[in-house]
Design a protein around this ligand. Sequence first.
Ligand code: AHR
Length: 666
Amino acid sequence: LTIQVNKPGAPIAKTMYGLFFEDINFAADGGLYPELVKNKSFEIQGQHFIGWNAIRGGAGLQTYTVVSDRPISATNNHFARLTAAQAGPDAGLVNEGFRGMGVKQGAEYTFSVYLRRGAGSVSGLRVALEEQGRPGSGPEAATSGRVLAETQLTGLTNEWKKYTVVLKPSATAARAQLKLTLDGAGTLDIDVVSLFPKDTYNKRENGLRTDLVQLLKDMNPGFLRFPGGCIVEGRTLSERYQWKESIGDLASRVPLVNRWNMEFKHRSTPDYYQSFGLGFFEYFQLSEDIGAEPVPILNVGMACQFNSSEMAPMSSAATGGSGPNAPAAAHNHAEDDPTLETFIQDALDLIEFANGPASSTWGAKRVAMGHAAPFNLKFIGIGNEQWGPQYLERYEPFMKAVKAKYPNINIVSSAGPSPDGELFTKATERLRELKAEVIDEHYYAKPEWFRQNVGRYDNYPTTGSKIFAGEYAAQSVAIGSPDNKNSWDCAISEAAFMTGLERNADKVIMASYAPLFAHVDAWQWTPDLIWFDNLKAYGTPNYYVQKMYSTNPGTTMLPVQRGAGAKNGAENLFSSATADDKTGEIIVKLVNYSPEARPVTLSLQGVKKLGKTGKATVLASNDLNAVNTLDQPQNVAPKNESFTVSSSNVTYTLAPNSFTVLRIPG
Ligand code: AHR
């Protein structure tokens, strides 16, 4: 292999390797967002007690109902009203958490609740964190387990009052539950029940799960794309993600059914709702915490095309704001009747929220939430994985309106789901004509597709629109199959493909694996980059591939030539190289997709200076079916070693079935 050190190519974009976050597989509630109480405000339309089970032992609890009589706020306008016929330990509610609650011995958890006393003589509320006896199901599951922490709230009043207390579990449990029982007979109103760990990333009050954020930060991501994925679109337009409903006062954020709330073979998640505790402000803050450019993706005015053909009319003038195309009544959220103008205005307001001064309407809201400095937003996406003429028709005025007001914002546009279909080709052609800045391509395909398509961008034009490989992952069985595995075969094939992205860094400026997270007990899509339960998390082999790229990006692409004009990938050897102008190193990425060890010689053409000892990071397994698990998180994990550099012809032997990053000192 000849590495043309003296013929440096394009700069590697700082955004080159990033993250795609979607609230799928319990990635937000039950995952990154560590609130332990599910449905804390009883606001889920038609299912106000999801996550809650009544305790009605003996003659204890007489009624439990949801009411909206003098609620705590106009948007949080339902709460639970409990009436106990007689005093006793058996009248109350249990919250099951997200497949249980993960709590750690000695750690501190802030419990808070709003209470209001009604008729009768209820004198207090007992709060107990206990191990789940048996999983709660149905409205009246009897549950009781070991008590891990408990407290008693007294001093009830006839008006809403917030109570806050810290609980410290006496033992670690992956499946705890929260039990609230009445002291005395009578009526008690309960709302906004929260149990939140104090240990959050950067110790933020409404912060995120530390181990999961750390896994992200360790990747040195160039960007964070959020909040999806199909959830941007919603199954219907009324179920779309509306960023404005995800900011401001926590207690007033109204939950929304998740696009991934579904029956899914043996892993149904009919209880999947978005609490918006992790909302757009928190996404921006997370981006800042992990050093990534925020890339919000906004709805273009179309519902998820896999579910519905519903789309917003182009303008209210054209349709009078209603008619056959008008969206259905909002589910659980403020009734709305959006036109394309609504979506465009939402985008303009988002840019103002992120970057505007305190004197602007939306900038003031950011400042009020505690972030005086702008978030310095540079990208927005218009539509997620949308296709067809209806998308392009909406995209064009959308893009023009954003550019007219914010010429420096880079727009990410969608080329649809299939990398090869006719719609995809037509969309790309039209987007290029419209001078789209960044085109988002998605590919979920078999591992061999990734190896065979390593040259995908070799003949792509170097001028005009750039590429964002916005969602990709090798599928071991079939796209979205529940039997897919995060196997080493998939990961090494992605590593091979990524040499093609890096070699074309003048055309590809962003890339992200998808999806990012999955809860082992509540997922709808596999494979995923990081898996977790309520206490632990692990990176898949695919995670380590991504991390090896994103922590070794280099700053300038270097051309790599093969002997006898062999193409990248010939004989299952894949390679790319970059120079790191900050450290003076040459970084070489090599994939040996073969069961034999393979010696390689790297001729560093025109190199001026060389150190003596190089650093190698090697990810390898003889078993292409190997996976990582919660119990064996390091089954396929990188190993570091050093190697000797004695001349400008560097020799190194690649392990069988390996992905290797060599850092050659300058
Ligand atoms: O990543 C899972 C889904 O795949 C995303 O929500 C969607 O954009 C794509 O179809």
